[in-house]
Design a binder for this molecule. Structure first.
Ligand code: GRF
Length: 211
């Protein structure tokens, strides 16, 4: 079965959604840069190797990236999923995993790259917010978009209530995109995202053109 690896830094709810989705692949490991990440305990309880590569054990980004890449490669994954992984990865790392490295971001990219996306969306006064899954490139939250899901911004929302609504959308979107990839339907062709086969459901608002 095709192997995939998930990288987390925190609670791991997207990781859990991926594991719950019975994807057509085997989660070979969950790797965290933080020993206390909640996602590690969830993975270990499911019998999945839960590994720590602590960035504080390395003098600089290059050596951390190299250690992380070596740990990932041990599992020979076809796909690497960033799921709330809060370290910026260097160009060398990103190029090494180009075309098989995905991220989920809690905004409708290219709006609100970076952190605190829900508070910034509220401050900007947008009426529609959401999440995006993209191939990772060296541009922070800037790689080719694969799919997005939108949610309304409601009167009275604060960052927490909006975040809960977006997170529910994330938990549907990310497993769907991972499934496309593991089924061999999704690939990166240069800068272009290609998806073969059936159209996705209507709650996926942005999809790449079909081959
Ligand atoms: C999610 O909102 C994800 O989009 C962002 O970090 C958060 C991680 O949450 N990259 P969790 O650890 O998956 O619960």
């Amino acid at each position: 079965m095709t192997a995939y690896v998930i990288l987390v830094s925190g609670r791991g709810s997207n990781m859990q959604a991926l594991l719950d989705a019975a994807l057509p692949g085997r989660c070979a490991a969950v790797i965290s840069n933080r020993a206390g990440a909640g996602g590690l305990a969830i993975a270990a309880a499911r019998g999945i190797p839960a590994v720590v590569v602590d960035h504080r054990d390395y003098p600089d980004r290059e050596t951390f990236d190299a250690a992380l890449a070596a740990e990932i490669e041990r599992h020979a994954p076809a796909l690497v999923l960033l799921a709330g992984f809060m370290r910026i990865l260097g160009t060398g790392f990103v190029e090494r995993f180009a075309g098989r490295l995905l991220n989920i971001h809690p905004s409708l990219l290219p709006a609100f790259r970076g952190v605190d996306t829900h508070a910034r969306a509220l401050a900007a006064g947008v009426r529609i917010h959401g999440c995006s899954v993209h191939f990772v490139t060296a541009a922070l939250d800037g790689g080719p978009l694969i799919a997005q899901a939108a949610v309304p911004v409601l009167v009275g929302d604060d960052a927490a209530s909006l975040g809960v609504r977006v997170l529910a959308a994330e938990h549907r979107l990310y497993p769907q995109v991972a499934r496309w990839f593991l089924e061999g339907r999704l690939r990166l062709d240069g800068e272009h995202v290609k998806l073969r086969g059936e159209r996705p459901p209507a709650d996926t608002l942005f999809v790449p053109p079909l081959d």
